[in-house]
Design a protein around this ligand. Structure first.
Ligand code: A3D
Length: 308
């Protein structure tokens, strides 16, 4: 039997995810949104294109949570996206209300689902979902590090004129200006980039990675990046649906790891059929540790504003 994937939020990211999940036959898709007609229209369009991709899956739109019943995986993008001049943190109050509603809907109608949260400010939203739903930590994971790491990989590949396939990168911490791209752990076919790129250029790449979301927002003007975020969430979804045990940077609830307790922060982890299967603790030098701690403190200050 095919897996059932519910997408909560049928906007830009939700639409691209529905298309990709369906055409890659990763499962049957329910696209849920509060706007009437929007998810149904997108779903119908995608379903009618399925023959062109030889994809035998069902894609349906919904405005009722009852339709997500029995979902194996839920991916949440409900909420406002940034406009130029806004930080992710500016979305907190609005998206907090939305996330509470979503968590209640998912808890009631898909109580056994694994959940990937994408809505911003990410670290605070995934924390909110976990608190309201009461789901165990292995079933509530946030997407940010996969995207931030992909951006870092792209910039390194462009700099060196090499395949993106050969670049691995790791970005830890909160999903915001304080994120921590780990230069020491970025390699090209196993070769540390510090041996291939000047310090000055590496610093520029790190800065661009941190501001990459804002760079797209400034160009689009009407919203934020949606193709690469959709692909990043799907990379996590595929790891879970196919029990691949992928090692990816995800936003996980830390309970002692990295010296952090009770906060969602981006760290490398193993993703498989049980969702978050293991957090991997990498060794950080003094400078990396300082940046990571600063990022954690930023997440903590945001979470303090949340009343549940
Ligand atoms: P957008 O195209 O505006 O879609 C959001 C959708 O959410 C809209 O269709 C709304 O109708 C819908 N919505 C609003 N309220 C509710 C509700 N209560 N229940 C269900 N649906 C609702 O935005 P988008 O798809 O571009 O982005 C979605 C979210 O992802 C935003 O919060 C972005 O900031 C965030 N985002 C995160 C990343 C990360 O890397 C973490 C990257 C890019 C965007």
């Amino acid at each position: 039997m095919r897996k059932k994937i519910a997408l909560i939020g049928g906007g830009n990211i939700g639409g691209v995810m529905a298309e990709q999940l369906a055409y890659r036959e990763l499962g049957d898709v329910i696209l849920f949104d509060v706007v009437e007609g929007l998810p149904q229209g997108k779903a119908l369009d995608i379903a009618e294109g399925a023959p062109l991709f030889d994809a035998d899956v069902s894609v349906k739109g919904a405005n009722s949570y009852a339709e997500i019943a029995g979902a194996d995986l839920v991916i949440i993008t409900a909420g406002l996206a940034r406009k130029p001049g806004m930080s992710r943190d500016d979305l907190l109050n609005t998206n907090l209300k939305i996330m509470k509603q979503v968590a209640e809907g998912v808890r009631e109608h898909a109580p056994n689902a694994l959940v990937i949260v994408v809505s911003n400010p990410l670290d605070a939203m995934v924390y909110t979902f976990k608190k309201v739903s009461g789901f165990p930590k292995n079933r509530v994971i946030g997407m940010a590090g996969v995207l931030d790491s992909a951006r870092f990989r792209a910039f390194v590949a462009w700099e060196l004129g090499v395949s993106v396939q050969d670049v691995t990168a790791l970005v830890l911490g909160g999903h915001g200006d304080t994120m921590v791209p780990l230069v020491r752990y970025c390699t090209v076919a196993g070769i540390p980039i510090e041996k291939m790129i000047s310090k000055e250029r590496i610093n520029a790449i790190v800065e661009r990675t941190k501001q990459a979301g804002g760079e797209v927002v400034a160009l689009l003007k009407t919203g934020s990046a949606f193709v690469s975020p959709a692909a990043s969430a799907i990379e996590m979804a595929e790891a879970i649906l196919k029990d691949k045990k992928r090692v990816l940077a995800c936003c996980c609830l830390l309970e002692g790891e990295y010296g952090v307790d009770g906060l969602y922060v981006g760290v490398p982890c193993v993703l498989g059929a049980n969702g978050l299967e293991r957090v991997i603790e990498v060794d950080l030098n003094a400078e990396e540790r300082k940046l990571f701690d600063e990022s954690v403190e930023h997440v903590r200050s945001l979470v303090k504003q949340i009343e549940i």
